[in-house]
Design a binder for this molecule. Structure first.
Ligand code: IVH
Length: 670
């Protein structure tokens, strides 16, 4: 090749690289695999080495090029960024209120701050002494990406606030979004306005963010030191005063009936808005009440998102597949003729379970109405019987697991005295391929071991290649083999290795959740971990057949104990847990150790006034105390409410345990 040809070739390669950098770093959607990307880079390096006259400012060897990392600096949120539970109809709203009344143990008139739910990307802005010092994305809710410079390019975000009453240290939270008419100009690059906002915000180069017109509306706080504001609606007013944009349709309403009628009206009006809204958010307006209600594992008890009704379309069922879930549940899924529902092409719809198929008499070849609401999985609503073919036959649900062939059953629920609507594979272990894959996916998931670089698709791929069969295999992966696989480059392999290594340090509650015992969700795993304290103790309960020990925990019942027993009766499960416990560094649960009630145990008997047991329990735990459910020598205080169980009071007296009224107990806490 002549020198001029070499130069031309080199320039072409540099341009290719520039293009791929764009797809990789700016659009977060690479067009080639990491391996191919690395090869391209190496080719350029080698050309430069061989022909010293070649040079370009865009050379990968030049530090002025793109930062060779897709990863933003991470930062842990001082207060978690949780999501909201969803309501779809009036019944859901009634349930929402009922739960609040139960928690407070009292029916009171509630006032709601009603706010349109804009479909964008949430962000948290930290202000110290009036200055915007950091901005972060939601990330996984616990840790976000630091995107301060990008957020600073948004005109609605004030960088300096001088109002006297602006808190010295506060996280302001809100939504970054793009207006409909701006999205229209970007239609070819992004699937929807939300993706456009997200793509733009996560540009490596803040100048790129500036190119897409982003907006910000503020609606909440994370960490804060406000004590003068008592209502969410007042907080929204203050936000406006401090220079933030707030939604012009925010309002205060009193009853769920009013919420319902406002929702109905707004559902139609929303089409005239400049931005996409996917529902309304209702928040208990009184901030003291919000504080009392607190959070469940994933969302606040004091707020709910009331979604707008779904888009729907008709299509034809081409096939019905049975999916097997982690706990053996068989879920029928309809493969439908692809149909556009509200801008998204849908080709699968869930049929929920066997009973639903029977109830709606859903058959192959049927014309069905399919509904899709926001990010919820599309589902089949009804069958158009007029279009049913004469020769169509009832769908027969399989009696054996389609994955392993084991018998399937419907369990009898002792509480409801009914059979479950879900049919399950009876194979609880790793012998059922589909269950095993789902168990591994659960193991790596965010709330469990949180292994970033190992997504669901990768698990499936590694399973097919025989690289993983059990969770412990993740810690013995053959990285050489992986780096030779298609789609894997040096960068992605080292990211994978890093996130797997990071996951080795895990707290006991997350580990107990990760091993995937049925009926042991995040909250129950925490309860078990608090009780067992260490993995060693936990395993010794298992080894000594002493799992009944956990029945003393408030919140753990027969269902959980039986499930634990069944899980460990399966020898392969035991082996897995044992193996993992030697491979991992499982730390004891970090308890809140500086509260007033440290080392004090409490038990309740009788009805408390103006407070549910759940709230009383979390009050004690927030102050480092613990709650037990039987009277024994370890108990320090028995708290008696209205109509206590005499036997318990008697037992406590005999053991010399202190007895407190609700008032005396609250005094202990101030
Ligand atoms: S409050 C702990 N208020 O909806 C509650 N969220 O599923 C925090 N959103 O992640 C959220 N408008 O991105 C709240 N007025 C509003 C909102 C809102 C939109 C989004 C937000 C959040 C998601 C909750």
């Amino acid at each position: 090749m002549k020198d001029s040809e070499i130069s031309k070739y080199y320039k072409r390669k540099i341009n290719e690289l520039k293009n791929h950098n764009k797809y990789y770093f700016e659009y977060s959607s690479p067009k080639i695999s990491d391996k191919e990307y690395d090869q391209l880079k190496n080719e350029i390096f080698n050309l430069e080495k061989k022909y010293s006259y070649l040079k370009s400012t865009s050379s990968p060897s030049n530090s002025l090029g793109y930062t060779p990392s897709k990863n933003f600096v991470k930062s842990k949120h001082r207060v978690k960024m949780l999501s909201l539970a969803n309501a779809f109809d009036f019944k859901d709203l009634e349930n929402f209120e009922k739960k609040i009344f139960n928690y407070l143990n009292k029916k009171i008139e509630l006032e709601y701050s009603v706010e349109p739910k804009i479909d964008g990307i949430s962000a948290s802005l930290t202000y110290k002494n009036g200055l915007l010092v950091m901005g972060a994305s939601r990330g996984d809710g616990t840790t976000g990406e630091v995107i301060t410079e990008n957020l600073k390019t948004i005109k609605d975000i004030p960088q300096k606030i001088t109002n006297k009453d602006f808190p010295n240290d506060i996280d302001i939270r809100g939504e970054v979004f793009i207006e409909k008419h701006d999205f229209n100009k970007l239609k070819n690059d992004f699937a929807n306005p939300r993706n456009a906002a997200s793509g733009s915000l996560r540009q490596k180069n803040p100048l790129e963010t500036k190119k897409i017109p982003l907006n910000f509306v503020a609606y909440a706080y994370g960490y804060f030191d406000i004590d003068k504001i008592n209502r969410q609606s007042d907080f929204l007013i203050s936000l406006k005063k401090w220079g933030f944009k707030t939604n012009e349709h925010n309002k205060v309403l009193k009853s769920i009936k009013d919420l319902e009628s406002f929702h109905k009206k707004f559902e139609n009006d929303r089409f005239d808005l400049k931005y996409d809204v996917d529902g309304l958010v209702y928040k208990i307006n009184n901030l003291d009440l919000q504080n009392r209600l607190g959070f469940t594992a994933n969302s606040p008890r004091w707020a709910i998102a009331h979604k707008f009704s779904a888009d729907s379309a008709y299509s034809i069922i081409k096939d019905i597949n049975i999916q097997v879930g982690r706990t053996g549940a068989l879920t029928p899924v309809a493969r439908i003729k692809p149909v556009n529902i509200g801008g998204v092409v849908v080709s699968n719809a869930t049929l929920h379970n066997e009973d639903e198929i029977i109830r709606k008499d859903i058959r192959l070849g049927d014309t069905v109405k399919v509904e899709r609401a926001g990010d919820v999985i599309p589902h089949v609503v009804l069958v158009d019987l007029k279009k049913r073919e004469k020769k169509s036959k009832k769908f027969i649900f399989p009696n054996n697991c389609p994955s392993c062939g084991s018998k399937t059953i419907k369990e009898f629920n002792k509480t409801t005295k009914k059979y479950d609507s879900v049919r399950r594979c009876t194979n609880e272990g790793y012998d059922c391929e589909k269950i095993a894959i789902e168990k591994i996916k659960h193991f790596i998931s965010k709330d469990a071991m949180n292994i970033d670089g190992l997504g669901k698709k990768v698990v499936e791929n590694f399973w097919d290649l025989n690289l993983v069969r059990f969770p412990q295999d993740i810690y013995n992966l053959d990285y050489n083999k992986i780096s030779n696989l298609e789609g894997w480059g040096d960068l992605s392999v080292s990211n994978l290795k890093y996130s797997i290594d990071q996951s080795k340090k895990v707290s006991l509650d997350k580990f107990l959740y990760a091993i995937g015992i049925r009926h042991i969700g995040i909250e129950n795993a925490k309860l078990l971990a608090e009780h067992a304290k260490s993995i060693k103790n936990f395993l010794s309960f298992v080894n000594k057949n002493n799992l009944n020990e956990f029945i003393n925990i408030d919140g753990i019942g027969d269902t959980q104990i039986n499930s634990l027993k069944k899980f460990f009766e399966n020898k392969s499960n035991y082996k897995i847990v044992d193996k993992l416990s030697s491979l991992l560094n499982i730390s004891d649960l970090k308890l809140n150790k500086d509260g007033k009630l440290l080392n004090n145990t409490f038990m309740f008997t009788g009805k408390l006034s103006n407070m549910s047991r759940a709230e009383a329990k979390s009050l004690i735990e927030e102050n480092s105390g613990s709650v037990v459910s039987s009277v024994n020598k370890k108990l320090k205080y028995l708290i008696i409410g209205e109509k206590p169980t005499n036997r318990k009071v008697q037992e406590a007296k005999e053991l010399g345990i202190k007895i407190l009224s609700q008032k005396e107990w609250l005094k202990l806490l101030n």
